[in-house]
Design a protein around this ligand. Structure first.
Ligand code: UDP
Length: 429
């Protein structure tokens, strides 16, 4: 085995143990947890740092062999809202450093997830003379281009630009995000490395659909259209509703939305109003967020999985559906755009419009597009978490070598909102 690495992974705003499918917790938490676990299994050591959200959460806990979750106490009774969190970057740095010095440990590299962690990771990298890499998971510039949801704060846009120039490497989950970084942030392609997302193939596998329908109370004759994800305008659940409204009316048509914060979630209420206006209320079920352990049976119960997002930096749910042998009708985003363009079994790429999605759903329904579940599952097989961890570790080794060869950086100052990013330091890769 190559020399084991010791990694500080930062997931400041969202705990890898958070409730999946709620407002701030989704694919990134799955990604951080699964990547760290796979690295731990391979003998590397990973400490994941997140903000402590309740006083009764332990300061440190073992998540898996060689993987620890460290919760940072920055002296606040209640954690600040996500939009305020960037103000506490220095406090987070102090808390991480205090943990490191008490444990008398050292890290080979800092890997930040999301821009808020990036501000912390950048400072830690300089302080420890270690390389800093970042996975953004979403880019504000890309979200803003969709025109969905509230525009991003200028502070975030400026910070992401600065981090693109400053980090020792930018890790992206798929090729589309690489293009986004180059086009919208002028990233140096030599600085970008791909570390895909993955699927837990033991958990997400084809199951008996009839049994799954009974378990969830669906009729055997129902045609079930499934959507899983946080409820947000960016996710395009309204486009799925509109697509269903365009399908031939049929008492057996059912649309199931999994995810969100429950009946009081403003986005759920908005979708319910849209459904009522379109006369679809009776056909739609909102389950709220459900744990991963519940999802394989839901995928099995579905006739088709629909992803209608306006933007995804990867999109784990599409892969999970494929791993469960279910066909996916998708907008051209994230990894499903890549797989769909390659005509992988089970991926039906559309333009994401309600008409396009409706045509895709109809093609599956009329069996014009039919694939055996095993063929669909094989479309996802290149995406195991072990492979993802191998890609991350290879990127780390590369960056560590380059960083050591180039010497250390000094701590620059992030530009004020709207100001141009500082030029790349000569030691950056
Ligand atoms: N998820 C879940 N329960 C829910 C909704 C979502 O477990 O109620 C999981 C889903 O299975 C996937 C992740 O949350 O693993 C969402 O990741 P994705 O990349 O699709 O979207 P993101 O949250 O990153 O926008």
């Amino acid at each position: 085995m190559k020399r084991p690495q010791t990694i500080a992974m930062l997931s400041i705003h969202s705990s890898p143990l958070g409730v999946l499918g709620t407002r701030d917790t989704g694919g990134m938490s799955v990604y951080v947890r699964a990547l760290a676990r796979a690295m731990g299994r391979a003998g590397h050591r990973v400490d994941i740092f997140t903000l402590r959200r309740h006083a009764d959460i332990p300061a440190m806990q073992a998540l898996a062999p060689n993987v620890r979750l460290v919760t940072l106490d920055i002296g606040l009774k209640t954690p600040p809202p996500k939009r305020e969190l960037h103000r506490y970057a220095a406090d987070c740095v102090t808390a991480v450093e205090s943990f490191r010095s008490q444990a008398d440990g050292a890290y080979d590299l800092v890997h930040s997830h999301y821009w808020i962690s990036g501000e912390v990771g950048r400072q830690l990298g300089v302080r420890w003379h270690r390389p800093h890499v970042i996975t953004f998971h979403t880019l504000a510039a890309m979200k803003d281009r969709t025109g969905r949801g509230r525009p991003a704060a200028a502070r975030r846009l400026a910070a992401e630009s600065a981090l693109v120039q400053d980090a020792d490497a930018l890790l992206v989950a798929c090729a589309g995000e690489e293009e986004n970084l180059v086009r919208h942030h002028g990233a140096d392609p030599a600085c970008i490395m791909q570390v895909p997302g993955g699927v837990d193939f033991e958990r997400f596998r084809p199951l008996d659909g009839h049994r799954a329908r009974r378990q969830w109370g669906f009729d055997a004759e129902d045609f079930i259209i499934l959507s899983i994800g946080r409820l947000a305008p960016l996710k395009g659940q309204d486009r799925i509703l509109e697509a269903v409204g365009r399908l031939e009316a049929d008492a057996h048509l059912r649309l199931v939305f999994v995810g969100g914060d429950g009946p009081a979630d403003p986005e759920q209420r908005r979708l319910e109003r849209l459904a009522a206006r379109a006369g679809l209320a009776k056909r739609i079920t909102f389950t709220g967020s459900l744990p991963h352990s519940d999802l394989p049976a839901l995928y099995a119960a579905a006739d088709v999985f629909v992803q209608a997002s306006h933007y995804e930096s990867f999109g784990l749910v599409g892969l999970e559906a494929l791993a469960c042998g279910r066909p996916v009708v998708t907008s051209p985003v994230g990894i499903m755009a890549t797989l769909g363009a390659r005509s992988q079994p089970g991926c039906l790429l559309t333009d994401g419009s309600p008409a396009g999605l409706a045509a895709g759903i109809t093609a599956v329904r009329e069996q014009r597009q039919a694939w055996p579940p095993d063929a669909i599952r094989s479309a996802a097989k290149a995406f195991s978490w072990t492979q993802a961890a191998d890609a991350a570790l290879a990127a780390y080794r590369h960056v560590i070598r380059r960083h050591a060869a180039a010497g250390f950086k000094t701590l620059g100052v992030l530009p004020a909102a709207g100001a141009p990013a500082k030029p790349r330091s000569t030691s950056s890769v």
